[in-house]
Design a protein around this ligand. Structure first.
Ligand code: CTP
Ligand code: CA
Length: 225
């Protein structure tokens, strides 16, 4: 799958990529967040643009410059990410959910900063579930033949967990990253296997996030009508 000069095999296609990590506010100065840098999603956006696609990049709290020739939509929370993804997906040929979406958000937002009270212990933070955006776009398929890709970081029984998650989400491809001490978060490199709903299993050798991105687009192109 090594490539020299890139063919414009996504020309005429619209692809949607989500990147970064959602932040779920507790009060005006605090949030629940995660360590996703957004680099894999940005690599996906850049490589898709290089292959001729019109790209909508939905960026959640990344500190990265907008890639050239890509429409960037900035969002903060999972609920905002859902709205932006569903809107952009309406006419998309492919949707790639590389963003780390917070599974839960605080059930209440305090409009004023939460303060310590004398020497009392703090109130527990009550959480509610966020919508599952990948499952929703997979179930809805805004356009016939739309190809939908998820990402998952797994530990322990990585492949079995990944296979079960692919089925649960209903997407076409699921990129499984094995998470370890120094792997994946914030690094330039990645190691993965891409599982397909058709039973396929494509290992991705250790390498730059751009290389993984190109393999994802190869697999998407194979599945586009
Ligand atoms: N995802 C999503 N909406 C959510 C949670 C996850 O769209 N509320 C997407 C992510 O963008 C990713 C994929 O689902 O592409 C897998 O995310 P992951 O956190 O591994 O899945 P979960 O179902 O949340 O499973 P877990 O309990 O292991 O976190
Ligand atoms: Ca999750």
């Amino acid at each position: 799958l090594a490539r020299g000069v890139q063919e414009p095999d996504l020309r005429g296609r619209h692809v949607v990529v989500s990147a970064g990590g959602t932040r779920e506010p507790l009060d005006p100065v605090r949030f629940l967040g995660n360590r996703s840098s957004g680099k894999q999603g940005y690599a996906l956006a850049r490589t898709a643009a290089a292959r001729g696609a019109r790209v909508t990049l939905i960026a959640a709290n990344t500190q990265l410059p907008d890639p050239a020739g890509v429409d960037v939509v900035q969002v903060g929370t999972a609920v905002q990410l859902r709205e932006a993804v569903l809107k952009a997906a309406a006419d998309a040929d492919a949707v790639v959910m590389a963003a780390a979406v917070a599974d839960f958000r605080p059930s209440a937002y305090a409009t004023g900063k939460i303060k310590k009270k004398d020497d009392k212990e703090p109130e527990p933070i009550v959480l509610v579930r966020n919508p599952d955006i990948l499952a929703e776009v997979s179930a809805e398929r805004a356009r016939a033949g739309q190809v939908i890709v998820g990402f998952a970081a797994e530990t322990d029984d990585v492949l079995a967990n990944g296979r079960a998650k692919l089925t649960r989400k209903g997407c076409d491809l699921l990129v499984i990253n094995e998470v370890g001490e120094r792997k994946t978060f914030g690094s330039e490199e990645n190691e993965a296997v891409v599982l397909g709903a058709d039973g396929s299993e494509n290992p991705v050798p250790h390498g730059p996030k751009e290389a993984l991105a190109d393999i994802v687009w190869d697999l998407v192109v194979d599945r586009l009508d």
